[in-house]
Design a binder for this molecule. Sequence first.
Ligand SMILES: [Zn+2]
Length: 360
Amino acid sequence: MPGLWWLGVPGRQGSREVAVRFAVKPQEGEGERNLRRLFRRLYVPVAVLVVGLLVAGCGDRGASGNSGDGSLGGKLEVVATTTQIGDFARQVGGEKADVHQILKPNTDPHEYEPRPEDVEATAGAKVVFENGDNLDHWMGEVVEQSGGDPKVVALGAGVPVKLPGESSGPEASKYDPHWWHDTKNAEAAVLEIRDALIEADPKNKATYQKNAKTYLARLHRLDQSIKSCMEKVPQGERKLVTDHDAFSYFAQRYGVDVVGAVIPSQSTQGQPSAREVSDLVSLIKRENVKAVFPESSINPDLARQIARQTGASANYTLYGDTLGPKGSDGGTYLGMEAHNATAMVRGFTGGEQTCSILAG
Ligand SMILES: [Zn+2]
């Protein structure tokens, strides 16, 4: 937790650089969490004030290429919350859409606090794509504070495969929010993105249709490839222990048995009790689980510690809630799922089996 928070918006042509500085006394534990919640509430209103000052001060949005009417340099302005939705939107939007993706690679969506640039991008957007199912609940406030009037599409609401969420806790939800790990749901999201882009920008309908069709074919190939890889691992060996409970959709689709999770929750906002850790250790030993899979956006220390105690491997990291940086294995959705599947095949079999996946 840094002691200082900066709220900065880069100066535009003819306007002043505006930065607001908060001094925060470092806190620990619950206190820190409460402080972060307080700042989450303060953050966006202050950001709106800053953006408002900039707009009033320069009065020339055209200088930055942002016309304020939902087009940026002639492109349709779109906001996507998570990295995987950002990827879908870029695939379908292609050259015709400018996608502002709120979450950066390897950022935990469960704990995100919106930034001034998110509010600014949303103010000019015509379409906003959300994950839904309470994963990116913070986006509602960004839209409200932006003063814009985008069409907001919660993609999770329209997916065909739904699994139960958690009934209590900070992110209670009717459905498990990690729907993208089922490629059938990814396909539905891509179709919904296509239709929303066409509605917002009908003159480029043919491009959006073509891009979506190409990407859907790649998704289908990925799905088939993962399926045939996973089928080579005996059913009884497909035992999954991850950092948090993010892989139920993947597990259901490919016949994987979710044994447990280091953080026994669909949210990452919590830590397991000593009892829960010792129960998991016993379970891993009893079930002869060969790997505990850390996740790219979560501190791997506890997963490694549990692996050491049980003799399991912690060498195979999964992309759970976020894509990796551009150019990495998980830099795209197709790469993320291919990487996860190959890591699981290796982990499930103690490194004895490998499989190559056609990532599109
Ligand atoms: Zn998650």
